[in-house]
Design a protein around this ligand. Structure first.
Ligand SMILES: *Cc1c(COP(=O)(O)O)cnc(C)c1O
Length: 459
């Protein structure tokens, strides 16, 4: 997958990001961020995050009507790091949250409840109560949740304003290339399955009986969903909004949440597809979405953060088995869960650096790049042609700014790696800021019930 560098396809911004990354790796080594004691860290390119947020704003400004309200709510699960959420808030983005923890992160970052959207197929009564109280927009997943909201509304003091509330719709359009990421299949666990018998009538009734329902939501999937399928999902929900409003004889639906899911190119440096391409396709397919009658919400995650992140890990040993060269590194399933467990769906580019953080130019050798976890499948690349690795070298797992080091897997009691944000000036001077400190061994013990050590033995 890594054989053809699509260099000619890269934009100047893509090339600048790659150059900043090389500078950051060398600086991380010089400044002692990745050492024998701390052998793995996440690095986040602040300028790349800023650029992605800017590109998202520009893409929708280009297609939206003048003055049309557009809230870009960052999907917190893609990079649940408080400093990232605060940066994005400062750049004009809100948050999409789907658990009490994600809600707390958004609040810790200072994101206003009015700029927060609550999803999740399993919201508890307490989560819904809090959203109603604070004014967090709610995307309701199913009829039982709607019934629960009916009664929770009754608990609010009279005159308490309701946040925007709508149903999540599953347009049942089918899957993309990764089943686990496809949320709009016929039997997906998400939302109200619109094409099921009687479902459309149920939805129309639900809105007729509840004049306070004023949104619709769709999220067709994440990574592997073709733009055409995403666009059809949005078109289906737009058509439903028009139908509800026609039936109501008034603009009952005032906002449409089109979800996230813009795929990321993990095969080369190039940023593709772009937010602009997607926004233009949406306008072509559904011009009415951009005539100013609806407030819009988006929920992008991966496409905002993936290309800003690099996982940097030391090579501890190199060895061979059955004729295969194997580099044993400190980046495995604990930081690259999906790549390790579903390697066909989640291949990553990997760059090789020497122990001082300079790019290696040794001749390519087919190698396995393994992680530190104690199970045989803990490989981030198999039979990968890349410069021959040696002990004390570094490997960089590219495009890992979303759903990788920020979403660690607690296996073998390996600690959560540190995350450092970086900026690099024209002269190549790199400055780091700690976004998340490395987890200490003492914290690991505490997390594993260290304070309950005697719980199962006689006093
Ligand atoms: C995960 C998720 C997103 C973000 O998806 P990306 O592929 O990261 O853009 C948005 N909305 C909902 C409801 C999600 O579950």
């Amino acid at each position: 997958m890594n054989d053809t560098p699509h260099l000619h396809d890269d934009s100047p911004a893509d090339r600048a990001r790659a150059a900043r990354r090389d500078a950051a790796v060398a600086a991380a080594v010089r400044q002692g961020l990745v050492t024998a004691e701390q052998p793995v860290a996440g690095l986040l390119d602040t300028a790349a995050l800023r650029e992605a947020a800017g590109a998202l704003h520009a893409a929708f400004e280009e297609v939206a009507a003048p003055g049309q309200q557009v809230l870009h709510a960052f999907a917190v699960k893609a990079a649940p790091l408080v400093a990232v959420l605060r940066l994005l808030d400062e750049l004009g983005l809100g948050c999409e949250v789907a658990s009490p923890g994600e809600s707390a992160l958004a609040r810790a970052a200072g994101v206003a409840p009015q700029r927060t959207v609550l999803d999740s197929p399993a919201k508890t009564a307490e989560e819904l109560r809090e959203a109603l109280r604070l004014g967090v927009a709610i995307n309701v997943d199913n009829p039982q949740e709607l019934a629960r909201l009916d009664s929770l509304r009754g608990e609010l003091p009279s005159g308490h304003p309701l946040p925007p509330i709508g149903l999540r719709i599953n347009p049942q359009l089918g899957a993309g290339s990764i089943d686990a990421m496809s949320t709009a299949t016929a039997t997906s666990k998400f939302g109200v399955a619109l094409a099921d018998e009687g479902a459309r009538d149920w939805v129309l009734d639900a809105y007729r009986l509840r004049p306070w329902l004023n949104r619709l939501h769709v999220h067709t999937g994440s990574q592997g969903i073709p733009l055409s399928l995403m666009t059809e999902g949005v078109a289906a929900v737009y058509a439903l909004a028009e139908e509800i409003n026609a039936a109501a004889g008034r603009p009952q639906i005032t906002g449409i949440d089109i979800g996230g899911g813009l795929p990321v190119n993990f095969a080369s440096e190039r940023t593709a597809p772009t937010f602009a391409e997607y926004a233009r396709l949406l306008r072509e397919r559904t011009p009415g979405l951009f005539d100013g009658r609806y407030a819009l919400v988006t929920e992008f995650g991966r496409s905002l953060a993936a290309k800003a992140g690099t996982t940097l890990a030391r090579v501890e040993y190199v060895k061979s088995a059955g004729g295969r060269a194997i580099a044993v590194t400190h980046a495995g399933a604990q930081t690259a869960v999906r790549t390790v467990f579903a390697p066909e769906s989640w291949p990553l580019r990997i760059d090789a650096y020497d122990s001082s953080g300079l790019r290696k130019h040794e001749p390519d050798l087919a190698q396995d790049v393994a992680g530190p976890c104690c199970f045989a499948g803990d490989l981030v690349a198999r039979d990968r042609s890349m410069p021959a690795l040696a002990a004390d070298d570094l490997v960089a797992l590219l495009d890992t700014g979303a759903y990788y080091f920020s979403n660690p897997f607690s296996y073998n009691s390996l600690p959560r790696p540190a995350v450092y944000g970086y900026t690099a000036d024209e002269a190549g001077t790199v400055r780091f800021a700690t976004v998340r400190p490395p987890q200490s061994t003492a914290e690991l013990v505490a997390e594993s019930g260290g304070s309950c050590a005697g719980a199962l033995t006689a006093p």
